[in-house]
Write a protein that binds this ligand. Structure first.
Ligand SMILES: N[C@@H](CCC(=O)N[C@@H](CS)C(=O)NCC(=O)O)C(=O)O
Length: 284
């Protein structure tokens, strides 16, 4: 659960999310930028809540923003909604540019980011079985284009949005933890200071911003998350496993294993149990 100042009733704004999701982090950064008080409802990995299924019945994905109980899904749509409902005031910046052309340009690049970055991350973290070299090459090309976009949009200032974080900063910045994590997991260089110097310097500035620093997780935490998630998927992904007592035991430990507040030694202990079952051949 988290909250920031302003806007009165804490239940007025709730986010159905999860700490490791870059899409959720977009919403949280936007709310923090605007100083909007909100409540985080953390979903458990591997188990969708009734609230999520009810609030986003089409995609069943996080994030969902609940504003006075009304659900809004899709991270970029939510960010635009936040910008409209809480317009620039008292130091809270505007997220999208004011002029229609500027908005069109930023929406173009935000769509490009969503088309290119998440699929590459999925391959490089190993959740999709595809050619990793090809994925790394495609991500590097995308980052090269985004380096050029940064130079044009920022016009010599600190962020895509100029003097403050804007729409494209949020759209791309939410992936920075994962980009750095997959660099470690796959042993590739993506945000390379030689190839994309402006983007590399922007990435450090973005992650240090007060609206971001506690939101976008660091690479090591995401690497640990990836290892645990992969072990669980291996464990539960066996034919007829739902009939087995092992599966039932995994279902008991799975919701706890990846939770944010679980101490690392407890998570490691549970993971060790899963690995031992794998080793003993109870599950493949
Ligand atoms: N286009 C969506 C993507 C959301 C998304 O992929 N969320 C992931 C978590 S990072 C999710 O809920 N996955 C669960 C699933 O696919 O069933 C957005 O921008 O909000």
């Amino acid at each position: 659960m988290s909250s920031t100042n302003s806007s009165g009733d804490p239940a007025a704004v709730r986010v159905v999310g999860g700490w490791a999701s870059p899409f959720v982090n977009r919403v949280v950064v936007a709310l923090k930028l605007k100083g909007v008080e909100h409540e985080m409802l953390q979903e458990t990995v591997g188990k969708k809540s009734e609230l999520l299924l009810r609030s986003n019945p089409v995609h069943k994905k996080i994030p969902v923003l609940l504003h006075h109980g009304k659900p809004i899904a899709e991270s970029l749509i939510i960010v635009e909604y936040i910008d409209e409902v809480w317009p620039a005031s008292n130091g809270a910046p505007s997220i999208l540019p004011r002029d229609p052309y500027g908005r069109a340009v930023e929406r173009f690049w935000a769509k490009y980011i969503d088309d290119k970055i998440p699929p590459g991350i999925r391959v490089l973290r190993g959740s999709v079985e595809e050619d990793k070299d090809k994925a790394a090459g495609e991500m590097s090309t995308a980052l090269q284009h985004l380096e050029e976009a940064f130079v044009k949009c920022s016009q010599g200032k600190q962020y895509f949005g100029g003097d403050n974080i804007g729409y494209l900063d949020i759209a791309l910045g939410s992936f920075l933890g994962w980009i750095r994590a997959v660099e470690k997991i796959a042993g590739v260089e993506l945000l390379n200071e030689t190839k994309v110097p402006n983007l590399a310097a922007w990435a450090d500035r973005f992650c240090a911003h007060p609206a971001v620093v506690d939101v976008v997780p660091d690479a090591d935490r995401l690497v640990e998350f990836t290892v645990q998630h992969a072990a669980l998927l291996r464990a539960v992904n066996v034919p007829n496993c739902a009939q087995t007592s092992i599966y039932r035991r995994l279902c008991l430990c799975l919701p706890h294993l990846l939770e944010l507040d679980q101490p690392a030694d407890v998570r490691h202990g549970l993971l060790g149990g899963v690995e031992l079952l794998l080793f003993l051949g109870h599950i493949e």
